[in-house]
Design a protein around this ligand. Structure first.
Ligand code: GLY
Length: 373
């Protein structure tokens, strides 16, 4: 089938399913499904790092359909997150994931000054996590004991666009400098020569010296957690898009070539590219995120190499659509077989950001995307 027709058909299926799902999930901020029904992290933990993706889905659907229902749902999600914005223990490196798809998206669409205010507060907090001697943005909090004060993670590259947005919005280059210094640190200490990346790197928070790396949500030190590869692939691309510094595009391409070389015959993505050979656990989120990054890289490279990134994205997305999507209107999630971390007790369930990035990728292919990052 013609690829454009395929993408349009998938887009229509998403719209048909999501209107029903969004209506019955009106007061929730979902993370996963239990027996096909979305849970609700608005009540469970308003500071959970994924709590912006539902709002992002609503904005993407609003942008594509003009249906005011989605706009109201997105704005409710944004307002509920104010409780998080006032809670220092719940503020961390993931502010971009929470406030770019909600407040900043709202501001971009409607110009709402309250949304701009939320975005700037979140950006200031994120900038405040920067460690100037180690030149990295601190990742998680740890109850104030300082045990993780030197930890940085690859995922953070995806949060830098909140700083790029603040830089452009108030014309203050501090935000640019912090974002690029962190990206440079990621390039130096996370990106390996073969294009794979570390998940966690620990620095001495007093001196800035490198201490060690951890396997994090992947198998072990030196392994290759696929969602981390996808965050790096898309994250370096975004730093290139915002700064036009060529080396970030080169970094993104290095990760992309490594990722593409590891896509199996099935087009489905494991939890870790270096997991034991007899382990079949998958992570569909990694495939959806990587597809988004690949489609952005495609736009930035010369005509002669566009097909490399485009074709890989299509392989990932067609595999997801054919084998890992639930199209029934009775089940709330889209993607199946998502995994949060290799060593967790539970694997292969639905996760909201898998659905978000799948929609974003299909919207990129059909020209309906609201650019969030
Ligand atoms: N940012 C955390 C994760 O990707 O699981």
């Amino acid at each position: 089938m013609d690829e454009r027709i395929w993408a349009e058909q998938v887009s229509e299926k998403i719209k048909r399913k999501m209107r029903t799902v969004a209506e019955r999930s009106r007061d929730k901020i979902p993370y996963t499904t239990v027996d096909g029904v979305f849970d609700d992290w608005r009540k469970k933990d308003i500071c959970w790092w994924t709590n912006g993706f539902w709002g992002g889905m609503m904005w993407q659907l609003y942008h594509a359909t003009g249906d005011a229902f989605y706009k109201e749902a997105a704005q409710d999600n944004e307002a509920w997150l104010d409780e998080n914005l006032m809670c220092s223990r719940g503020m961390d490196h993931d502010s971009g994931f929470k406030w770019l798809p909600t407040a900043v998206a709202d501001y971009r669409v409607t110009g709402n000054p309250d949304s701009r205010n939320r975005g700037l507060l979140a950006a200031n907090d994120l900038a405040g996590r920067f460690n100037p001697v180690g030149r990295f943005i601190r990742a998680w909090n740890d109850g104030g004991e300082g045990g993780k004060a030197g930890w940085a993670i690859i995922d953070c590259l995806m949060n830098l666009p909140l700083l790029y947005w603040a830089w452009e919005e108030i014309n203050d280059p501090r935000f640019l400098h912090i974002a690029t210094m962190h990206a440079d640190t990621a390039e130096r200490y996370f990106l390996r020569r073969d294009g794979s990346v570390n998940h966690i790197v620990e620095f001495n928070p007093m001196t800035g010296e490198y201490v060690q790396s951890f396997g994090g949500q992947g198998v072990a030190v030196g392994s290759s957690w696929t969602r981390g590869q996808a965050w790096a692939l898309y994250g370096f691309t975004l730093s290139y898009l915002h700064t036009k510094q060529e080396r970030y595009l080169e970094d993104a391409k290095r990760v992309a070539h490594y990722f593409i070389a590891n896509i199996s015959e099935s087009g489905l993505i494991p939890v870790d590219f270096r997991q034991p050979i007899d382990c079949t656990w998958e992570d569909s989120t990694a495939a959806a995120i990587a597809a988004c990054g690949l489609l952005e890289i495609e736009k930035c490279v010369d005509a002669c190499e566009k097909h490399v990134f485009h074709d890989a994205a299509i392989r990932l997305l067609t595999a997801l659509e054919e084998k890992r999507c639930c199209w029934s209107p009775d089940c709330d999630n889209l993607l199946e077989k998502c995994t949060a971390a290799y060593h967790d007790a539970k694997h292969e369930f639905s996760i909201i950001y898998g659905d978000y990035f799948f929609i974003e990728a299909v919207w990129k292919l059909t020209g309906q995307e609201l650019f969030i990052w």
